[in-house]
Write a protein that binds this ligand. Structure first.
Ligand SMILES: [Zn+2]
Ligand SMILES: [Zn+2]
Length: 213
């Protein structure tokens, strides 16, 4: 069975999650944007074996410390989708622009595509490609625990920004309706920023993506 714990990192208050298999303590960190000391203190406190870095997309608040962490602990970086290569290339520039510690460049060990599966201990998690906020954005879905880690695709009461290079509002709406909603109304999602919610609740009340009456 999978468990998770979310830590808020960076001045952008980004939700970095530790996800682990309780039979093996094998853990992945999703979106280590920064504050590695705090993230690693939680890994220690929870008694986890950190084995993988998973990225939803390559914005600085999500991927800023991925290269450093991979280097320090010799971990593979899994994701995002190749559409985000240009954002990875821009990480150093993003860190300067937003006053983040200089991001260490990296190449993902494994790019992700729609329909892929990633394995953690004795569990596996489904990958959906959800472009719109960035072209290479992916979402991690665990049907086993009814949770989805959606990065900046969807928030409680809002949706991701699309006013970036290669952002696309219509594509983002399609990603949400065609790739997130089929995960089921009861699925609870952990967004990149702010509180958790469920897809059912957003379908009823989110002004950007609610179902027509
Ligand atoms: Zn973002
Ligand atoms: Zn973000």
């Amino acid at each position: 069975m999978l468990h998770y714990h979310t830590i808020t990192v960076t001045p952008f208050q980004q939700n970095c999650s530790l996800l682990w298999c309780d039979q093996t303590q094998a853990a992945a960190v999703i979106d280590p944007g920064g504050d590695l000391d705090e993230v690693l203190a939680e890994v220690q406190r929870l008694g986890l074996k950190l084995e993988q870095i998973w990225l939803t997309h390559a914005h600085i608040d999500h991927a800023g410390a991925a290269g450093e962490l991979a280097q320090q602990l010799g971990l593979p970086i899994i994701g995002p989708h190749p559409g985000d290569q240009f954002w990875i290339d821009a990480l150093a520039q993003q860190s300067q622009m937003f006053g983040f510690p200089q991001a260490r460049p990296f190449t993902p060990t494994r790019w992700l595509h729609d329909g892929d599966t990633v394995t953690l201990g004795r569990s596996s998690v489904q990958v959906r490609h959800c472009p719109g906020h960035t072209p290479g954005h992916v979402v991690f879905h665990s049907p086993e625990i009814g949770r989805a880690f959606v990065g900046d695709v969807l928030f409680a009461g809002s949706i991701g920004r699309t006013d970036f290079p290669q952002g696309d509002h219509e594509q983002l709406l399609a990603s949400i309706r065609e790739r997130l909603w089929p995960m089921g109304d009861a699925t609870v999602f952990i967004p990149g920023h702010g509180p958790e919610s469920s897809f059912g609740r957003e379908r009823r009340s989110n002004p950007y993506v609610r179902d027509p009456l």
